[in-house]
Ligand binder design. Structure first.
Ligand code: AMP
Length: 206
């Protein structure tokens, strides 16, 4: 199965992707993670991406599309994947249509006020990528692997507001683009409550 997770930043795409990945044995591909990996390794793509990411802007389509294209050509994607954070523009969605057939799109619906509240409390595991929020977990190490948690450079109010504006303008039009394959769910505070209807929906697709 080839699946897209659509939703504003902080809507819980990463957490949901991890749950789907383990139950349905699909590879999770996050373009944000791919960019961060490139930044850590000091690659050309990474250096270019950082200038956009730090401002809360999208990395140009040409760069993002070729990075994604290379990633989904890998052997581990043969049986399907979950795209988390791609596509984010209609141009990316059109490019993806030409590369492969997407079976379903899950939209995580969360009000922007709620997103701002979540945004500043997000902490990410430096090793396994597990996501926490200081409102429910205020320790500094990961429960799963014990590695230190960190706050992403782009998780600050100014950047978050920019990212929401970018989402509204450039990514929200994808809701119409994928209307024929879309399953919308409310992104709840408790990830299990969000996951249940999604799991039922995906089981119906098998
Ligand atoms: P994320 O981890 O998905 O929130 O992505 C972090 C940042 O990476 C975004 O704010 C963008 O600057 C950049 N990014 C991630 N995915 C894309 C994409 N599909 N198109 C353009 N920029 C992206």
């Amino acid at each position: 199965m080839k699946l897209i997770l659509l939703g504003a930043p902080f809507s819980g795409k990463g957490t949901l992707a991890r749950k789907i990945q383990s139950d349905f044995n699909l590879v999770q591909i996050s373009t944000g993670d791919l960019f961060r990996e490139n930044i850590k390794n000091g690659t050309e793509v990474g250096n270019l991406a950082k200038t956009f990411i730090d401002k809360g802007q999208l990395v140009p389509d040409s760069v993002t599309i070729s990075m994604l294209k290379a990633r989904i050509a890998n052997e581990d994607c043969k049986n399907g994947f979950i795209l988390d954070g791609f596509p984010r523009t209609v141009q990316q969605a059109e490019a993806l249509e030409n590369l492969t057939k997407i079976d379903a799109v899950v939209l995580l619906d969360v009000p922007f006020d709620e997103i701002r509240r979540r945004a500043l409390g997000r902490r990410t595991c430096s090793k396994c990528g597990e996501i926490y929020n200081t409102s429910s977990y205020d320790k500094t190490t990961c429960l799963k692997c014990g590695s230190p948690l960190f706050q992403r450079d782009d998780d600050n109010l100014e950047t978050v507001n920019n990212r929401l504006e970018v989402y509204e303008r450039q990514t929200a039009p994808l809701i119409d683009f994928y209307a024929d394959r879309l399953f919308a769910v409310k992104g709840q505070d408790n990830p299990e409550d969000t996951y249940k209807p999604v799991k039922n929906f995906l089981e119906g697709k098998l």
